[in-house]
Design a protein around this ligand. Structure first.
Ligand code: ATP
Length: 757
C-alpha cells in the first residue's frame, strides 16, 4: 500500500485484513525509530517506519543511497537495535533467546564482500557451514551445488585471488549455504554484470516459489526490482509505498519504477507534514492492494527471468518467461504462496519458530578456532616474526642493558712521576704508591695521563674523559705518614695523601660506577699494601662490614633487577600487539558482522581469540624464559613453575587489554596509537626500570593499581629472593593479574555488546 496521506486508504492488518494479509509474515516492522549520533545531535535514520514482508515472497527494498536501507536490514538481522518500535522476524524478536535471529534462520549477504581473503572457497564454506551448525558432509554437498550453480572456480582457489564478481558470488553462496528461511541481501547485484544479476534474481524467484523462503533484497537498480513480489520504496527513514510493482506502475500510470519513485518522492515533499503524523500513517499490508487491484492475478503476469528447469549461471538457458506452475499454466508471482489458511494474522500472533536450526556451540567454536589458526598459518611470515620478536627483544635486552660500561677514559694527573711511565714495586715497598693504586683500577677504566690539572679538566669539559684523578707530588710519603701517624697526622699530610677526583656526573650510571670503582680500587690497594707489610688488611677497610647478603649477591646486577619487569613487559605488550587489531580487522572487513548475524556471540568470538592467541603466547613465553634464564643466565632462585605461571598470566592479561583496545577502537590506527600510548606510562609506572619507592606518594598509589606493577614485584621476589606463592608479595602479584584479566574481559564484552546495539 501507499503510505502518503493523499493516497487511498487501503485495508490494513489492523483493519482485519483481506484474504491476502491472512498469510504468515516473515518480517514485521512497526513504528521503528533509529538514530545515530548523540542525543543533542541526533541523525534520524528510521522515522516511524512500518514494513511487512510476507512469507514466501521477494521483497525489494529500494531507496536512494543513505536513506537507511542497510540500517533497517541490520536491525532486522539483530545487528543493531531500534531506539523504539518493534521488529518480528520469523515469529520472534531479533536478538531474543530462541528467536533464531541472529542465527541460522537467516542468510545475510552484507554490502561488503565480508570474506576471509586468505581462505579458499571451500574453507570459507566450511567456516560458515559449521557456524550454522551443519555437518561436514552436508556442507560438502551444498558446496558442490553452489559451486556449479554460481559458476564458481575451483573450491581450492583463495578468495583473495578471485575477481570482484567471483568474490561477490562466494559471498552470495555463503548466504545461501544453509538454505535459510529468510535471505537478506544488501545490494547483492551492485557491481555485478547483467547476466549474473539476472541469474541471482532467477535463483531468488526459484527458491521463493515453494512459499517457505523469504527474500529481502536492496538494490539501486530500481528496474530489476520488478521481479520482486513486493517493493518497499524508502525515503528519509520511512516507506513511501509498499506494494507489488504492477500495482505501483498502474496506480501511478508510469512505465517504470523509477518514475513511480520520483512521483512518490514529490508527493512526500508536498505531504511531508501530514505524512509525519503517526495517526495518518497507515500500517501497510503488502500485496493487499495488488489483490484489490488485480482480482485475477493470473491475468497480470509478472515478467521474471526463469530458467528452463536448470538453476545456475547457464545464461544461454535464461529467458524472460512467465512463471509457470507445475501444470504449465501461467501465473504471476504475486500469487499468494501456498500457506495454511489459518496461518498467523499479524506479528503478535507469530508462533515461536519450531524449525530453528539447532546450532551447536561446539560447531561454532570449531569453526572460529580453525578460522583463527588458518589465518595465522596463511600469514606464516607474520607468525615467524611474532616468534622472532620476543627472542630479539630478550637478546637485545641482555646484550645491551645491565652490563658495566667499559672503555671509560679517566684523565690522570700524577705529580709523582715524570711523563707517562708509572712504575712501582710490589711488596712492602713505598715507591710510587699512586701508580700502585692505579694498577688496582678496574679494567673498565682507560687511563690517560695529562701534565697539568687544567689540561685534565679541559679534557673532561671537551668530553674526552669522564673524570680527573689527581695525585700530589709527595702522595706516597704523605700516605705512608697518614697510615703510620694515624690520629697524629696533620692536615697538610692528610691533604697530600688524598686522591682528588673530579667527575663528569652528567651520566648518573657512569658517574656512580666510577665512584664505586675508584673506592673499591682504593680498598684493594690499601688491603694489599697492609698485607704485604704484615699488617691486618682489615685496617684498610671502612669499619662497616657487609656480610653475605640475605638475598641477592654482593655485586648485584642491574640486569637481575630489570629482568622480571622486562620479561613481563615483553610478554604483556606482545600480547597487546597481537590482539589489539584482531577484532578491528574483522570488523572493518565486515566479517564480524557476518559472523554475528550467523549467530556467533561476542563471548564465543572472544573465547576463540583467547584460545588461539594463548597458544601463540605459550610459544612466546617459552622462548622468552629460555633465553632469559638459560641462555643469558638471569638469576632464578625460585620455583620455575610460578615463574612460568606468572608470565603466562601476564600474557593473558596483555591479551585481554588488547581485546579492550580492539573493542573500543573503530580503526586499526587508533588501536595502534592506544597500544603504543599505553606502553610508556605502564613501563615507567610499573617499577620495571626504577623502584616505585622512588615515586611521589600519588604516583606510587596509581602505580600499584596498574596490571604490571605488583606482578613485576612478585616475579622479582620469586627470581631473586626465591620466594614462593605463600609470600604476600608473590600472591598479590598473581591476584592483581587475575583481577585485571577479569576486568579487561568484562569491559570487552560490555563494549562489544554495547556496540552491537
Ligand atoms: N554507524 C553509524 N554511525 C553513524 N551514522 C551512520 C552509521 N551507519 C550509517 N550511518 C548513516 O546512516 C545513514 C543511512 O545509512 P545506511 O547505510 O543505512 O544507508 P543505505 O540506504 O543503506 O545507503 P546505501 O544505499 O548507500 O548503502 C547514512 O547517512 C549513514 O551515513
Amino acid at each position: 500500500m501507499v503510505i502518503t496521506g493523499s493516497e487511498p486508504h487501503v485495508t490494513t492488518i489492523e483493519d482485519g485484513g483481506t484474504m491476502w494479509n491472512r498469510q504468515p509474515q516473515a518480517v514485521c516492522v512497526r513504528r521503528a525509530f533509529k538514530q545515530y549520533g548523540s542525543k543533542s545531535k541526533p541523525n534520524q535514520i528510521l522515522n516511524n517506519l512500518n514494513m511487512t514482508v510476507a512469507k514466501g515472497t521477494i521483497y525489494g527494498l529500494l531507496g536512494a543511497s543513505g536513506c537507511g536501507k542497510t540500517t533497517l536490514l541490520s536491525c532486522i538481522v539483530g545487528r543493531r537495535r531500534l531506539n523504539s518500535g518493534e521488529i518480528w522476524v520469523l515469529g520472534g524478536k531479533p536478538g531474543t533467546k530462541g528467536s533464531g535471529v541472529p542465527g541460522a534462520q537467516v542468510g545475510y549477504m552484507p554490502q561488503e564482500i565480508a570474506l576471509y581473503g586468505e581462505f579458499s572457497i571451500k574453507e570459507t564454506m566450511m567456516y560458515f557451514g559449521w557456524i550454522f551448525g551443519m555437518q561436514t558432509s552436508e556442507i560438502m554437498e551444498r558446496l558442490q551445488f553452489l559451486l556449479s550453480f554460481l559458476d564458481l572456480p575451483s573450491q581450492n582457489r583463495l578468495v583473495k585471488n578471485l575477481s570482484g564478481g567471483q568474490q561477490r558470488r562466494v559471498s552470495f553462496a555463503v548466504a545461501l549455504m544453509h538454505d535459510p528461511e529468510l535471505l537478506i541481501l544488501d545490494e547483492p547485484t551492485v557491481g555485478v554484470d547483467p547476466l549474473l544479476r539476472q541469474s541471482i534474481w532467477n535463483h531468488l524467484v526459484h527458491i521463493t516459489k515453494a512459499g517457505q523462503k523469504t527474500v529481502i533484497i536492496t538494490t539501486h537498480y530500481i528496474e530489476e526490482a520488478r521481479q520482486a513480489h513486493t517493493i518497499g520504496l524508502m525515503r528519509t527513514g520511512r516507506l513511501l509505498a509498499e506494494e507489488s510493482p504492477q500495482v505501483l506502475l498502474s496506480m501511478y500510470r508510469c512505465q517504470n519504477l523509477e518514475d513511480v519513485f520520483l512521483k512518490l518522492s514529490r508527493n512526500q515533499g508536498t505531504n511531508g507534514t501530514t505524512a509525519n503524523t503517526n495517526e495518518q500513517m497507515n500500517i501497510s499490508s503488502n500485496i493487499s492492494l495488488s489483490a484489490l487491484a488485480f482480482g485475477n492475478k493470473k491475468d497480470n503476469p509478472v515478467y521474471v527471468s526463469q530458467e528452463s528447469g536448470v538453476v545456475g549461471l547457464n545464461f544461454h538457458q535464461s529467458k524472460e518467461v512467465l512463471i509457470s506452475d507445475s501444470n504449465g499454466s501461467t501465473i504471476g508471482i504475486n500469487d499468494a504462496p501456498p500457506h495454511p489458511p489459518n496461518a498467523a494474522i499479524d506479528c503478535d500472533d507469530c508462533a515461536s519458530c519450531s524449525n530453528c536450526f539447532n546450532i551447536t556451540s561446539k560447531g561454532k567454536i570449531r569453526a572460529l578456532l580453525q578460522k583463527n589458526f588458518l589465518r595465522m598459518w596463511r600469514n606464516v611470515g607474520v607468525m615467524l616474526f611474532i616468534f622472532a620478536l620476543p627472542v630479539m627483544q630478550v637478546v637485545l635486552f641482555c646484550a645491551a642493558i645491565g652490563r658495566d660500561p667499559t672503555g671509560l677514559k679517566m684523565a690522570i694527573v700524577n705529580q709523582e712521576i715524570i711523563g707517562d711511565e708509572c712504575s712501582f714495586t710490589e711488596g712492602c715497598k713505598f715507591r710510587n704508591l699512586s701508580c700502585r693504586y692505579l694498577s688496582h683500577l678496574s679494567s673498565n677504566i682507560e687511563q690517560h695521563f695529562y701534565p697539568t690539572p687544567d689540561d685534565a679538566v679541559n679534557a673532561v669539559k671537551e668530553g674526552d674523559a669522564w673524570g680527573v684523578l689527581y695525585f700530589t707530588d709527595n702522595f706516597t710519603d704523605a700516605l705512608v705518614a697518614r697510615i703510620s701517624l694515624g690520629r697524629d697526622a696533620d692536615n697538610e699530610t692528610l691533604d697530600q695523601s688524598e686522591i682528588r677526583v673530579w667527575l663528569d656526573m652528567s651520566n648518573q650510571q657512569i658517574g656512580i660506577m666510577l665512584n664505586r670503582d675508584l673506592q673499591l680500587a682504593y680498598r684493594d690497594f690499601a688491603q694489599n699494601l697492609l698485607e704485604t707489610c704484615g699488617n691486618n688488611p682489615k685496617l684498610g677497610d671502612v669499619p662497616i662490614q657487609f656480610k653475605d647478603p640475605i638475598y641477592g649477591s654482593n655485586d648485584p646486577s642491574f640486569t637481575d633487577f630489570v629482568a622480571p619487569g622486562v620479561i613481563l613487559t615483553i610478554v604483556f605488550f606482545l600480547a597487546v600487539a597481537l590482539t589489539s587489531s584482531a577484532l578491528i580487522i574483522e570488523r572493518t572487513e565486515g566479517l564480524l558482522d557476518r559472523s554475528w548475524v550467523a549467530g556467533v556471540t561476542p563471548t564465543e568470538i572472544l573465547f576463540s581469540h583467547v584460545v588461539t592467541q594463548f597458544v601463540v603466547m605459550c610459544g612466546q613465553t617459552a622462548l622468552v624464559l629460555i633465553f632469559m634464564l638459560c641462555v643469558f643466565e638471569v638469576n632464578n632462585n625460585g620455583e620455575i613453575f610460578f615463574v612460568i605461571l606468572m608470565t603466562l598470566l601476564q600474557g593473558l592479561c596483555g591479551m585481554c587489554f588488547g581485546f579492550v583496545i580492539s573493542a573500543v577502537c573503530e580503526l586499526e590506527r587508533n588501536a595502534i596509537q592506544l597500544a603504543l600510548g599505553s606502553f610508556y606510562p605502564t613501563l615507567l609506572l610499573s617499577g620495571v626500570i626504577w623502584p616505585i619507592e622512588g615515586m611521589p606518594d600519588v604516583l606510587r598509589f596509581i602505580s600499584k593499581g596498574l596490571p604490571l606493577t605488583l606482578a613485576t614485584s612478585s616475579l622479582r621476589s620469586i627470581l631473586s629472593r626465591g620466594w614462593s606463592i605463600d609470600e604476600t608479595d608473590v600472591y598479590l602479584g598473581f591476584i592483581s593479574t587475575i583481577v585485571w584479566i577479569f576486568v579487561f574481559l568484562v569491559v570487552t564484552l560490555v563494549v562489544l555488546k554495547f556496540k552491537r546495539g
